[in-house]
Design a binder for this molecule. Structure first.
Ligand code: DTR
Ligand code: ZN
Ligand code: ZN
Length: 316
């Protein structure tokens, strides 16, 4: 969903900007308001879905999955790396071994910004072995990728340093993200000012859940969805179950978004979000039916825009 620019400015906290854009007179007080970074650009849903189609094709061509240690995972990573290299990122492929198989993390640094204040956005790129993992977690991977590409298209120059990451072997125990955190040089942990995690952000019967680990990051996301008029709930089901956990254990402020897995949507949730009460948020969680048909476009669109909003807002 693309907000009008003025509404997006409000979502980003720029009431004065909103008034200007709406052609209204801006009160004197507002004109003395601190300047704010430009609002994040709209993340094109078509771009995000094109990445999901590529990940689906990769899974189909590689035994039906993109799991750790299988050819479909490395082919997924190679697809993303090529896009990021072409967009001007400095990419690093970090190798590790888990369950007797070679795994890989993909790290993409956007040149510039304060290296002592690093804002990270990440998602796991691997699927389970039983399916292509388009919602879990192609959705998060594609939303983060398209946000990184939007940074490049905008030639965005934030004060803080931007780093994007796609983790391997999350499904067998957060292995890739733990490997990354454990190998951070001394002092580098405290240089990460925020780690934002996106794991399942396009569930077909979606809820809108916000991680409540760090109040400032939580507020950034809640303000964004508030600007859309979309109510949110605190994500309680996934504590320690995705790649933000190793960062949180290392003392890094973390946050993120989630649209739900195998738990059933309640009647109260269906009343505020739509969808089907009594049905799982994602009936294809960890199943072969987690394909490109297993995505709700509105949820994917809103969450992709929320990723960009948080990246812009937290890195200014
Ligand atoms: N996406 C799941 C991990 C996960 C994250 N939040 C929740 C909540 C409830 C169940 C699972 C999860 C995965 O990668 O399996
Ligand atoms: Zn999973
Ligand atoms: Zn996942």
């Amino acid at each position: 969903m693309k907000l009008s620019v003025s509404a997006r400015a409000v979502a980003a906290g720029g009431m004065a900007t909103a008034l200007l854009l709406a052609g209204g007179a801006v009160a004197d007080a507002a004109s003395s308001a601190p300047s704010r970074a430009a609002a994040a650009p709209d993340i094109p849903l078509a771009g995000v879905k094109a990445h999901l189609s590529q990940l689906q094709s990769i899974a189909t061509a590689n035994g039906g999955n993109r799991a750790h240690g299988r050819p479909g995972y490395k082919a997924s990573l190679d697809y993303l790396k090529a896009k990021l290299d072409a967009a001007g990122y400095t990419t690093t492929v970090q190798q590790f071994t888990a369950s007797g198989r070679t795994g890989y993390n993909l790290i993409a640094d956007w040149p510039g910004g304060d290296p002592n204040q690093v804002v990270m956005a990440g998602s796991h790129l691997d699927s389970v072995s039983s399916g292509p993992g388009i919602n879990d977690n192609g959705s998060g991977s594609a939303a983060v990728l398209e946000t990184a590409l939007a940074v490049s298209r905008a030639q965005y120059k934030p004060a803080k340093h931007l780093r994007f990451a796609w983790w391997g072997a999350e499904e067998i125990g957060l292995v890739g993200s733990r490997h990354y955190v454990n190998r951070l040089a001394t002092g580098d942990r405290s240089r990460i000012s925020a780690y934002l995690n996106f794991d399942m952000v396009g569930s077909p019967n979606p809820g809108y859940f916000v991680y409540d680990d760090d109040p400032a990051i939580e507020k950034t996301f809640k303000d964004y969805f508030g600007g859309l008029g979309v109510p949110t709930e605190i994500e309680t089901e996934g504590d320690g179950r995705s790649d933000h956990a190793p960062f949180k254990s290392a003392g890094v402020p973390v946050g993120g978004l989630f649209t739900g897995a195998s738990r059933a949507k309640t009647a109260a949730q269906a009343a505020k979000w739509g969808g089907t009460a009594g049905q799982a948020f994602d009936r294809c969680y960890h199943s072969s039916c987690d394909t490109t048909a297993n995505i709700d476009d509105t949820a994917l669109n809103r969450n992709s825009d929320a990723v960009a909003h948080a990246v812009w807002e937290l890195s200014e």
